[in-house]
Ligand binder design. Structure first.
Ligand SMILES: NC(=O)c1ccc[n+]([C@@H]2O[C@H](COP(=O)([O-])OP(=O)(O)OC[C@H]3O[C@@H](n4cnc5c(N)ncnc54)[C@H](OP(=O)(O)O)[C@@H]3O)[C@@H](O)[C@H]2O)c1
Length: 253
């Protein structure tokens, strides 16, 4: 057993969604494992709060609206020119609208696809640019069990998360020769800000039913952060194009 495979010292990782929930917890964990982390999200105050909870120094706060998808590759180039080549990318930024099809608009559809999926494609396009990426790097995209199993009123969110799974498979094959691994993590229901907002749209009975579908109970951001860190580290060096389901048994039914 080689424990140093989990070591992240000397590695720089860009984490989107670092101002909240899973992204925040991942940034904190990676800093404890020795990585230097570039934190991004739109809310500078909440990014600074994440920074204040991190171990080590040299981390950077880089506010950016991922809705501006065309600007992503140049933005990554600028970051890498300051930090040096990146060893990892975690795409945890995402939005979930609970909207039944009968009231869905094309604008709401496009907003979810842009934030959850198109941004992921442009992030990877930016990440793989010459000078931006270090040898033997790893990308983790946050999908969801809803990309694998259905639920009412979240069809577009599900589609955006399923798209990430298909994208990761082909991108993994395309980029293996460049030394870049690409994987997804698909969480079940994790208690974060996003989940809290979704909960407000449910009756207590509906929430109880969702809880019961998780035989190990609901997840914490830390449960997901550990899986992400594994895939980023050298311990995951032979894993690419896959989706790691971390769901307390939700999809085991
Ligand atoms: N929580 C769950 O139960 C669950 C389950 C399965 C999958 N997931 C997935 O896991 C990921 C993280 O979820 P979470 O629960 O941690 O969510 P969260 O607490 O709501 O955090 C979402 C993050 O996305 C960022 N974000 C949203 N829109 C953005 C934009 N246009 N540009 C830049 N950043 C943006 C937010 O930052 P700002 O507000 O600062 O912009 C925030 O940091 C998401 O992709 C989600 O779909 C979550």
């Amino acid at each position: 057993m080689n424990h140093s495979l989990f070591e992240m010292s000397g590695k720089t990782v860009l984490v989107t969604g670092a101002s909240s929930g899973i992204g925040r917890e991942t940034a904190i964990l990676l800093s404890i494992m020795g990585a230097t982390v570039v934190l991004t999200g739109r809310d500078t105050g909440r990014l600074e709060e994440t920074l204040s909870r991190m171990a080590g120094d040299g981390h950077k706060v880089e506010p950016f609206d991922l809705g501006d998808v065309d600007a992503i590759p140049a933005w990554i180039k600028r970051i890498a020119s300051q930090t040096g080549p990146l060893h990892g990318l975690v795409h945890s930024a995402g939005i979930q609208h609970t909207i039944p099809l009968r009231v869905l608009s094309a604008a709401k559809l496009e907003e979810q696809m842009r934030t959850n999926f198109t941004s992921a494609v442009m992030l990877l396009k930016g990440f793989r640019q010459k000078g931006c990426v270090a040898p033997r790097s790893s990308v983790v995209l946050l999908s969801s069990v809803l990309g694998l199993a259905g639920q009412p009123a979240v069809s577009v969110y599900s589609a955006s998360k399923a798209a990430l799974i298909g994208f990761a498979r082909s991108a993994a094959v395309e980029l293996a020769g460049e030394g870049i691994r690409v994987n997804c993590v698909a969480p079940g229901y994790v208690e974060t800000e996003m989940a809290g907002e979704i909960r407000t749209k449910m009756t207590p009975e509906q929430f109880e039913a969702i809880s019961r579908l998780h035989p190990l109970g609901l997840g914490t951001p830390g449960d997901i952060a550990h899986s992400i860190a594994f895939l980023l580290s050298e311990a995951g060096r032979w894993i690419t194009g896959t989706t790691l389901v971390v769901d307390g048994g939700y999809t085991a039914h």
